[in-house]
Write a protein that binds this ligand. Structure first.
Ligand code: SAO
Length: 358
């Protein structure tokens, strides 16, 4: 059978094709930025107490843009489902949609906008240089001119207290659902101690302790984090159960624990750094101990987890030669370190816990 496409068939085929997905993704930064600006201006917090008109919003933002453009921005957010609206233009009042009210009102406990604040303030402009990153393999963030890789950019980032706090909030924002899911899904009953390496302000330890009364946690991170972590741990009344230990996971010994967790740590390393940390973790754990990472583990076929794949490109932007990985990769590295078996525990959305048993 002649399988060549005739001119007529090609035209027919093209008739069925539409560029809508290409346009949606290609121009997706418009929609992304409209939402990120709303987070930046705390629009969903402004609307927390109740509906406002476009004029009210313009005034509260001290905006000098035309009211027409304020309508355009707000109605974009309506069309995307992030706002609700009654009436039209000068008769309209705007209110939060259910999800933005829950997750993006800073005055509500479910607020997770930290990651979007950081996306607006840092990642958006660093991603502008993805072309350069793909050609050079070099990181494109604040440490672009002095790159060292393997998460070394933190020493520079943390010199700015605003950026330090913003980064902590971003990490809590992106991981809250995952840490709660991990606390619910993993059986912590057989273990009495947990160490969270690179535990930031202690959010994972807090969630585990809130869900399980018999476990003691240590959260290990760089010294500048200590005051923020202690404050947060105390605010949950957990200072007797969660200890902050300052240190450098490459240079210092890790404290002993039955379970060692790393959330979004291994992906920030090149392969050598990953193997070095895994060796250290294996030596620190007792027999029967457990190691788990909480990351956007890419599916083994590398076709499904778009967010995980994009996160890996984000690691190129942030660290140069660092990358996210599949469960097969994890199995390969952990078995080289000496672990017996691995399993995958899906958490929320694109994130899973990859678990290795000693
Ligand atoms: N060399 C290092 N030693 C200890 N902590 C580090 C080091 N380099 C980076 N970090 C910390 O690693 C964390 C990476 S971000 C991940 C934070 C958290 N585990 C979460 O899942 O949300 C940050 O809190 C950094 O301060």
């Amino acid at each position: 059978m002649n399988t060549e496409l005739t001119a007529e068939k090609t035209t027919q085929l093209k008739g069925q094709l539409t560029p809508s997905k290409i346009m949606q993704v290609g121009m997706g930064f418009w929609a992304s930025k409209a939402l990120l600006s709303a987070v930046h201006f705390e629009l969903f917090t402004l609307l927390g107490p109740g509906p406002l008109s476009a004029h009210d919003i313009q005034e509260k933002l001290s905006s000098k843009a035309s009211i027409r453009h304020i309508y355009d921005w707000l109605d974009t957010l309506v069309s995307l489902g992030f706002l609700e609206r009654k009436g039209l233009l000068d008769q309209a009042v705007y209110s939060n949609a259910e999800d933005t009210d829950f997750f993006l009102d800073m005055k509500k406990p479910g607020y997770m906008g930290g990651i979007l604040e950081m996306a607006n303030n840092r990642l958006y402009k660093h991603w502008m240089n993805l072309d350069e990153a793909l050609l050079t393999g070099q990181q494109q963030n604040e440490s672009k001119d002095d790159p060292h890789g393997n998460m070394d950019f933190f020493s520079k980032l943390y010199q700015d207290p605003g950026k330090l706090q913003e980064f902590m909030n971003a990490m809590s924002g992106i991981q809250t659902g995952n840490f709660i899911a991990l606390s619910n899904k993993f059986n912590f009953d057989n273990y009495s101690s947990l160490l969270d390496v690179g535990g930031a302000d202690g959010w994972l330890s807090i969630q585990v302790c809130l869900h399980h009364t018999d476990i003691q946690c240590t959260t290990f991170d760089l010294p500048p984090i200590e005051p923020l972590a202690k404050k947060k741990i105390e605010s949950y009344g957990l200072k007797d159960r969660i200890q902050f230990m300052p240190g450098d996971f490459f240079k210092d010994e890790l404290p002993k624990a039955d379970i060692i967790v790393m959330g979004n740590i291994l992906h920030g390393m090149n392969e050598e750094g990953k193997l070095q940390l895994l060796d250290k973790v294996f030596k620190t754990l007792p027999d029967g101990g457990v190691f788990m990472t909480v990351e956007n583990i890419i599916d083994n076929e590398r076709r499904q987890n778009t967010f995980g794949l994009l996160m890996s490109l984000n690691m190129l932007i942030e660290n140069g030669d660092a990358f996210d990985y599949t469960l097969d990769d994890f199995k390969n590295w952990t078995s080289r370190a000496g672990f017996k078996r691995v399993e995958l525990l899906p958490l929320s959305g694109p994130t899973s816990a990859a678990i290795a048993y000693k």
